[in-house]
Design a protein around this ligand. Structure first.
Ligand code: GAL
Length: 830
């Protein structure tokens, strides 16, 4: 018996030893460092008061016993409250101020002899780090990923205290930036000889159907003798298989041929992974894993953008980084949902306006087949707001640009690097060399993708700036495409920012006006007939037309895919603030309201989105879907059909369809069949006289029935309907279910003009982490459990609890409506 046990023990020990000497050993240790931080705010506080920042917070002995315990990622701004006197431009949320995070943890023996780094994917902003009272380093840009070395101050085997100070200056952003360590943090432990940070760069210089050459460039911190390097390439996905491997004496550059490569494409986003191992005399010194894709990209001045040799027109959107009611704290499922929604109306490209995104965002784009333009900055040396990046630009632009490119250059989804957006410098020919200097920094780290920037200045199409980018982006200049193309016949051009149509989901104002400056009404809302836009902007249709008429333009990036927090144009006190109101009584009322409220006008999030802040489609969603997904049968009717005060009044009806013709019926009676004319993207029945009942559309394509849809005047609101986007989530403390709340009538139809207050509670292993309704003027907390619905809809976001399986039940109640609940299963298995 003893012998048998000893034998088993022996085998077990052998197994451990083999594992340790195996080339896939844990020589590089990567550990999440997100949990159990103590947090406190100082300086400008969330309630508007000021609290003096104590001294010595960086020291080990500082007493943080009363500080709040939390896990990262964390956005302190989204916790609110909304404050009427905070700027609309940045969301009326208290993100400005000083925040400290402290964490005391035991460094394990495994740290002995290692170099230990802390990696931040992003912290907003002005990060400074201390370990055991010793200063470790800093990185001010809130959107940069960076790492700092802890080794010199680390006490191995003992308790260590790390302290992180952030300082968000007021007036440092044109939108809601969030505040806090809002992206992931990890510890990375390496041997003294190791692959440097983002030190593996994979390119695919030669690609055809039969073969792809994979070029792998590996940077190590120090070359020593007898070093070997092993690269093993696997397919990435559910069942990874080894494709190729190569082991040689260490060399920085290696080429590996893959036969019959599976290309990365929008419909088939095939990925590979290369595991790189550094070996010295049979002992593994470091391992490093890089995901990449095999694809070719080409930007041409006449044939547009080619992916794997085929033309792809970029149907792009600009996106800010916030996740709506969840704020800026990174959550993979929330980002995945955003991309799913964007794809559903035909988006195939995203511009990360105006800063580098979270790394997980690009992982998702790789996996989901989405093209990305990664953008570095909103300003260069000349500022747009008082305390923005301009003051950091001189000392930091090079480090920030290199960090951006090195981190993201293996992503197949990334196809362009943007050095900035609408920089003030564009006005002045003298500053053109700055654009070249920035592009050159990028090219020195990656010359496989073009550089670009978003240009809003007509003069920068002729003052020399147009010669500084590999591909030229025009913001809101469809009328200049032909001219710029003619003057620069070899320059690929595109709409880097387009449209900027504004609307509020489910709001319609009458009479309908096509004047872009009209269409506002209600209590600071904008009509959803999709004609309204600020003075520099225009409706979606005009860009569609310009893109069609100038087919060398390789695509557009609409401002924006999702509504975002902050910048509530036309109600952000900029010059378009006083849009004309079509109804004179409304106009007078609004003028008075504006005068009285002054700076305190309520809007706090944008009206630009094709979908609202919660991800609910506005009407425009269908306008884009009709144009961007021509083969997807659909027809959408607007407005809703609950207008008891409009009986007998003209109430125009529009249909957005991917068909080419449609017939509209009101209560069974045809209102006529209409055909889309060239360069007209909506079908309009302008003279419909409102009568309650059913509006039905039958759309045709090539004379055949293509899609049908109908809307009805509803009965009174009587029930609440809860629809989770997923009824099973993973019990990892991260996964989410997004529950759509609808106020419905007895027949199950959503009642469009309801604003009932609904109260939520949850039982089981889940929690409500955010609620929202898509109303840009609403000041109820995103973190409350009770709020109004907006035009029939609201959103509740449920998060699982780490390690806790079971049935999560969400209950909803509202006075006068039938109470309801819905179930979501939390399971440990994926
Ligand atoms: C652009 C700017 C964007 C946003 C947009 C609103 O000029 O680049 O960041 O402000 O206007 O229309």
């Amino acid at each position: 018996m003893i012998n048998r046990l000893s034998f088993i023990k022996f085998i077990f020990i052998c197994f451990i030893v083999i594992c340790n000497f195996n080339t896939y050993g844990q020589e590089r240790i990567i550990k999440s460092f997100n949990d159990d931080w103590k947090f406190a705010r100082f300086g400008s506080m969330s309630d508007g008061s000021t609290l003096e920042e104590p001294k010595n917070i960086d020291e080990i002995g500082f007493n943080d016993a009363n500080w709040r315990l939390l896990n990262l990622p964390h956005d302190w701004g989204i916790e609110g409250p909304f404050r009427a006197n905070l700027p609309n431009q940045t969301g009326k949320l208290p993100w400005a101020g000083i925040g400290w995070y402290r964490k005391t943890y035991k460094s394990p023996q495994e740290d002995k002899g290692k170099r230990v780094f802390i990696e931040f994917d992003g912290a907003m902003s002005g990060t400074k780090v201390w370990l055991n009272g010793g200063y470790v380093g800093e990185w001010p840009y809130g959107y940069a990923s960076f790492r700092l070395e802890l080794t010199h101050h680390l006490k191995v085997g003992e308790e260590n205290t790390i302290a992180v100070r952030l300082n968000n200056k007021a007036e440092s952003s044109r939108w809601y930036p969030g505040g806090g360590i809002y992206r992931n943090v990890r510890l990375v432990k390496t041997n003294p000889i190791h692959i440097t940070h983002w030190g593996v760069f994979v390119t695919t210089p030669k690609v055809n159907k039969e073969q792809a050459t994979v070029h792998i460039k590996t940077d190590i911190n120090e070359e020593i003798s007898n070093l070997e390097i092993l690269h093993e390439i696997y397919t990435k996905g559910a069942n990874p298989t080894k494709v190729e491997a190569q082991k040689t004496a260490f060399k920085q550059d290696c080429d590996i041929i893959i036969n019959s490569p599976k290309l990365w494409d929008l419909d088939a986003p095939n990925l590979y992974e290369v595991k790189t191992t550094l070996i010295k005399k049979g002992k593994v010194l470091d391992t490093y894993s890089s995901t990449f894709g095999i694809r070719t990209i080409e930007f041409t001045a006449n044939s547009g953008f080619l992916l794997n040799g085929k033309k792809v027109h970029l149907n792009g959107v600009c996106q800010h980084h916030d996740l709506g009611p969840l704020g800026t704290a990174v959550n993979v499922r929330a980002m995945e949902r955003q991309i799913e929604i964007l794809k559903s109306f035909g988006t195939n490209a995203i511009r990360t306006a105006h800063n580098p995104p979270a790394p997980e965002f690009l992982d998702l784009c790789d996996k989901m087949g989405m093209l990305v333009q990664v953008e570095a900055f909103d300003v260069w040396q000349k500022k747009k707001v008082k305390n923005d990046y301009a003051s950091l630009f001189g000392a930091w632009h090079e480090k920030d640009l290199r960090a951006m490119v090195k981190r993201d250059r293996n992503h197949p989804s990334v196809i362009m690097w943007s050095t900035g957006n609408e920089m003030i410098e564009l006005r002045d020919a003298q500053d053109a060399p700055m654009a070249v200097m920035l592009a050159d920094i990028i090219r020195s780290e990656d010359n496989t993708r073009p550089t670009t920037f978003g240009n809003s200045r007509p003069e920068a199409t002729t003052n020399g700036f147009e010669k500084t980018a590999d591909v030229f982006g025009l913001n809101y200049k469809p009328h200049l495409y032909a001219e710029v193309h003619k003057a620069n016949p070899n320059l690929p051009i595109y709409g880097s920012e387009t449209a900027s149509t504004v609307s509020s989901r489910g709001e319609y104002f009458f009479p309908v006006s096509e004047n872009k400056k009209e269409g506002s009404g209600g209590y600071f809302q904008v009509s959803s007939y999709d004609f309204s836009a600020p003075n520099w902007a225009y409706r979606a249709d005009l860009e569609f037309e310009a893109q069609e008429k100038n087919p060398y333009v390789f695509g557009e990036f609409v401002w924006t895919g999702f509504d975002y927090i902050g910048e509530p144009t036309p109600y952000n006190k900029d010059k378009t603030n006083l849009l004309n109101f079509t109804d004179p009584a409304e106009k007078t009322r609004m003028k008075e309201a504006l005068k009285k409220l002054g700076k305190n006008i309520p809007p706090r999030s944008s009206y630009f989105g094709i979908v609202d802040l919660c991800g609910f489609p506005k009407d425009r969603f269908y306008l884009y879907q009709a144009h961007w997904r021509p083969n997807f049968p659909m027809a959408h009717i607007l407005p809703h059909w609950n207008w008891e005060e409009r009986i007998g009044k003209v109430t125009p009806v529009f249909v957005y369809t991917s068909g080419d013709e449609a017939e509209l019926f009101l209560n069974g009676k045809s209102l006529g069949r209409k055909k889309k004319e060239k360069y007209k993207y909506r079908l309009r029945w302008n003279e419909v006289v409102y009568k309650p009942g059913t509006l039905k559309v039958v759309a045709y394509k090539n004379e055949k029935v293509w899609a049908k849809s109908e809307i009805k005047t509803t009965k009174k609101a009587s029930h609440i309907k809860l629809s989770p986007d997923r009824t099973r989530i993973t019990a990892n403390g991260q996964d989410l279910s997004f529950v759509t709340v609808k106020i419905i009538d007895k027949n199950g139809l959503t009642v469009p003009r309801t604003h009932n207050i609904v109260e939520y509670s949850v039982s089981g292993p889940g929690e409500i982490i955010a609620i929202g309704n898509g109303d840009p003027t609403n000041h109820e907390s995103f973190q409350a459990t009770k709020r109004k619905v907006f035009n029939g809809l609201a959103l509740v976001v449920i998060r699982s609890k780490k390690g806790e399986e079971g049935k999560i039940v969400l209950h909803a109640k509202s006075s006068g409506l039938k109470t309801t609940n819905t179930e979501i299963a939390a399971t440990l298995k994926k």
